[in-house]
Write a protein that binds this ligand. Structure first.
Ligand code: CTP
Ligand code: MG
Length: 261
């Protein structure tokens, strides 16, 4: 079934981010929001991304975030078939007039991403989409600054992921003793992750041939493109809603940030 196409909103709100190269070349960037999980660990009968957070549904926060980034002219929301009607209803109510393509996801996050990329494949091959941002709807609090940073870095280097240092990790040797030998710095990875669209699509097509399933977008790109993925600073407020408690934390973060991230 062809996904419904919604009308485009006029103009994004300027946030100090400029991408003259893409604009001159007549290309745009795409924002993919992944919402095709089932949200089992939150424990609600409904998929967590449709629960309310500070007056709007969780999924709306991420779409609204991308909508505010100049240069992001294409939005895709990946949903389960069972949630499609609810998702469409929420978009109509909370983002009226914003163009969002609904795409049916797959069994895994990786498969959901692949389906979104296949949906954009023609535009990617035609050079109409420069960078693709992939974001978990389960992270409704990603600040604008992170999107600008990953997007700007991906335009320059080909890829970027936000991450936070893991400062409570130690190495342990075979004898069970603390050891820093051979240690490399570990980080905790967040989304949105940004990649040049061509290599990203190629990586996912290669993964499909192999039957490889990555834990996140960067894992797949690194494996098949063989180029290092650039890490930029994440934000501790950019939490993932996984358990019910995270909903309270998210409300608190928003309240203390004045509902502006
Ligand atoms: N996701 C997806 N398609 C899947 C699985 C996950 O689009 N088949 C999305 C989720 O909707 C979420 C993100 O990937 O936005 C991260 O996944 P996670 O936090 O694990 O969400 P769920 O899989 O929905 O939750 P749970 O693991 O608790 O069931
Ligand atoms: Mg999951």
């Amino acid at each position: 079934m062809t996904p419904p196409r919604r009308r485009a909103a006029d103009g994004a709100v300027p946030v100090g981010y400029h991408d003259p190269v893409a604009r001159q070349a007549g290309t745009t960037h795409a924002g993919i929001v992944l919402a095709a999980g089932s949200g089992t660990r939150v424990g609600n009968s409904r998929n967590k991304v449709y629960l309310p957070l500070a007056g709007r549904r969780i999924v709306t926060w991420s779409l609204e975030l991308f909508r505010r980034i100049p240069g992001v002219g294409r939005l895709v929301l990946v949903v389960r078939d069972a949630d499609r009607e609810l998702a469409a209803e929420i978009l109509d109510r909370e983002l009226p007039g914003v163009a969002v393509d609904l795409v049916t996801g797959g069994e895994t996050r990786h498969e959901s991403e692949y389906r979104a990329l296949l949906h954009l494949a023609d535009e990617i091959r035609d050079g109409e989409i420069d960078v693709v941002l992939v974001h978990d709807a389960a992270r409704p609090l990603a600040p604008v600054k992170i999107v600008e940073e990953v997007l700007g870095t991906a335009i320059r280097t080909g890829s970027a992921i936000p991450a936070l240092p893991l400062d409570d990790v130690v190495g342990v040797d075979e004898a069970g003793r603390m050891s820093d030998a051979g240690r490399t710095d570990l980080v905790r990875v967040q989304t949105p992750q940004a990649f040049k669209s061509g290599p990203l699509l190629t990586a996912y097509q290669a993964a499909a041939v192999d039957g490889f399933t990555g834990t996140d977008t960067a894992a797949c790109v690194e494996r098949y493109e063989g180029v290092p993925v650039q890490v930029v600073s994440g934000d501790p407020r950019n939490i993932k809603v996984t358990y019910a408690d995270d909903l309270f934390t998210a409300e608190l973060i928003l309240a203390t940030s004045g509902y502006e991230l």
